[in-house]
Design a protein around this ligand. Sequence first.
Ligand SMILES: Cc1cc2nc3c(=O)[nH]c(=O)nc-3n(C[C@H](O)[C@H](O)[C@H](O)COP(=O)(O)O)c2cc1C
Length: 216
Amino acid sequence: MAQEPDALSKRQDYGSVALEDGVLSADPLSQISAWVEEADQAGVYEPNAMVLSTIDPDGEPSSRTVLLRGIDDVGLYFYTDYGSRKGLALLAHPSVSVVFPWYTQHRQIKIFGHAAPTDAEVSDAYFDSRPRGSQVSAWASDQSHPISSREALEEKVHEIESRFHGEERLPRPEKWGGFVIEPQRIEFWAGRTSRLHDRIRFEKTSEGWVSCRLQP
Ligand SMILES: Cc1cc2nc3c(=O)[nH]c(=O)nc-3n(C[C@H](O)[C@H](O)[C@H](O)COP(=O)(O)O)c2cc1C
């Protein structure tokens, strides 16, 4: 039988900055930006990492980490391979759940929303900003699909490098691009002592964002 690590019985107490009524911005997308920035300032590694959960075409749920690469009034932007497991899931079921887990900050943001592929120009601009090595990988890797060996993968990389030899920038492969997640609900969580945490939930309505406090 697997031995349980001691970590499973540890109990941390949380004492983060309180979310008093009215302390959060009335615009939850700006508030997400502010918390990402604060996590960065505090030295959190990959402060823009978010756990994205999707529903496969057959209904199976699936989660993985992606990096937030943009945020505006429309929503949150990330980039991936449209033929990957998440890409195919999103094209079949656009509903997503997203979590930013900033454990050292005693903070979490949870989002429910819908994802749609970004316009080609948005994907082109981001692809163009990536280092050449990442551009080559996007061409070489059919993300989430099996491959016989590491050598076979490196062989695909060599093929792409010869194909684009002498070209400083690579064009974006059509199978690769962005998604924008348009949030419907956004919950800000801050850990407090004795598990009496603060939770403020924003809901998008026809009158704009409406917020309420949830019990911990
Ligand atoms: C910190 C971190 C950041 C990541 N960022 C991305 C990303 O922005 N886009 C992406 O496609 N995969 C990213 N990945 C890899 C994904 O977690 C995942 O392995 C990959 O996208 C395949 O997922 P899928 O098979 O569910 O489609 C990241 C992984 C980690 C640990």
